[in-house]
Design a protein around this ligand. Structure first.
Ligand code: ADP
Length: 173
């Protein structure tokens, strides 16, 4: 059965099949959750990202797209890197945020992932308002579940503070 839950904590510690990285177009790491994932996961993740840049995306990962790599030393087997929209400059931040969630869910499903953890994509330095981001995330996940009832996916929305988790809970109710 498909399900959504929330928790508060560090996504790098989650023992799930795959965690999502709120990456940037370069795929070369950065601050926030991206930096934490590369630090905790070790060099295998960066090496896989470099290979993707050299083959699939020489100009960088477009906003709304996602790619899958090893989880390296993380408890999670895979990392799904997605480039969230920069809220104040992206031509379609709402559409691209929804696309990020959709692409990650599709990739996860294609790899047989059963437990998938998401951070709040774009809600840090990329400036997406947290309420709107929570609403879009949950609506997009529910739409995917309706389309793929057989996916048997347990999605965990990982907040980085209890205040952020309360926002997610409001839209799950
Ligand atoms: P973006 O550039 O997409 O905005 P950030 O990493 O700046 O990405 O922030 C995305 C969200 O991830 C923010 O809500 C931030 O509080 C949260 N975050 C940062 N570090 C972690 C972590 N280790 N685990 C879970 N969430 C995190």
């Amino acid at each position: 059965m498909n399900s959504i839950e929330t928790t508060t904590g560090d996504i790098t510690r989650m023992a799930v099949d795959a965690i999502v990285n709120a990456a940037n177009a370069s795929l070369m790491g950065g601050g926030g959750v991206d930096g934490a994932i590369h630090r905790a996961g070790g060099p295998a993740i960066l090496a896989a990202c470099q290979a993707i840049r050299q083959t699939l995306y020489p100009d960088g990962l477009p906003s709304g797209e996602a790619v899958l790599t090893t989880g390296g030393n993380l408890p999670a087997r895979w990392v799904i890197h997605t480039a969230g929209p920069v809220y104040h400059t992206d031509p379609d931040p709402e559409g691209h945020l929804a696309q990020c969630y959709r692409r990650c869910l599709e990739l996860a499903h294609a790899h047989g992932v059963k437990r998938l953890a998401f951070p709040g994509i774009s809600t840090g330095v990329y400036g997406f308002p947290k309420e709107a981001a929570a609403r879009i995330a949950i609506a997009t996940i529910r739409a995917f579940f309706a389309q793929a009832p057989e996916a048997d996916l347990n999605v965990i929305l990982v907040a980085f503070s209890t205040a952020d988790e309360a926002i997610l809970q409001q839209y799950l109710a």
